[in-house]
Design a protein around this ligand. Structure first.
Ligand SMILES: Cc1cc2nc3c(=O)[nH]c(=O)nc-3n(C[C@H](O)[C@H](O)[C@H](O)COP(=O)(O)O)c2cc1C
Length: 176
């Protein structure tokens, strides 16, 4: 079974990212994927090059062991949060030739952050699938804080898992 990490991209106090990531993991119970949560906050990575990343080896080993990723990202100023970009910048080979799905949230579903993330992943040779799950802060959250997704997202999430599985299997051959 493919090991897919659900990466929680936001690290700020009071973030909603973990609620979204946990829900995605729950939806994947029949996906035939081994889904684990990867919380960037736990690694406490300083800005690249500005201090001792004491958990770097653990972070590197965690990403290396995965066959692919589902990035759960909010939109900050029309892009991904610095925490996610910084974590991505720490590694190169460990990301390459793997599959990714994107789940985003924001006022407009995090659409602009998603398009930025696709560009970044292209540089790292990460193959991001077409299906994109986008949650609207005004619709899928109560008071912008309590995650309460609309039912219609479920079909999209199922498609996301299917595409991640198909491309994830195919990309394994490049890494063997
Ligand atoms: C610094 C910052 C910038 C933001 N910029 C945007 C934005 O450009 N577009 C948007 O839709 N939401 C924006 N938001 C709102 C976030 O989408 C919303 O607060 C969301 O809960 C953030 O995710 P998090 O709680 O996991 O950190 C911004 C939030 C922050 C903290």
């Amino acid at each position: 079974m493919l090991n897919i990490g659900i990466i929680i991209g936001s690290t700020r106090e009071g973030r909603v990212g973990p609620q979204v990531a946990s829900w995605i993991q729950t939806q994947g119970i029949d996906s035939s994927l081994n889904l684990s949560l990867v919380d960037l906050k736990e690694f406490e990575l300083p800005l690249l090059g500005t201090g001792e990343p004491k958990n770097f080896a653990t972070f590197q080993a965690t990403i290396k062991a995965l066959d692919g990723f589902i990035f759960v990202t909010p939109e900050y100023n029309h892009s991904i949060p610095a925490s996610l970009k910084n974590a991505i910048d720490y590694l190169r080979d460990e990301w390459a030739n793997k599959v990714a799905g994107i789940v985003s949230y924001g006022g407009l579903g995090g659409a602009r952050a998603t398009e930025h993330l696709r560009g970044i992943l292209g540089e790292l040779q990460v193959a991001d699938v077409r299906t994109h799950v986008a949650f609207l802060m005004n619709v899928d959250f109560k008071n912008w804080s309590e995650f309460a997704p609309q039912d219609y997202h479920k079909a999209n999430v199922t498609n996301l898992f299917k595409q991640v599985k198909a491309w994830g299997e195919a990309l394994k051959t490049l890494r063997s």
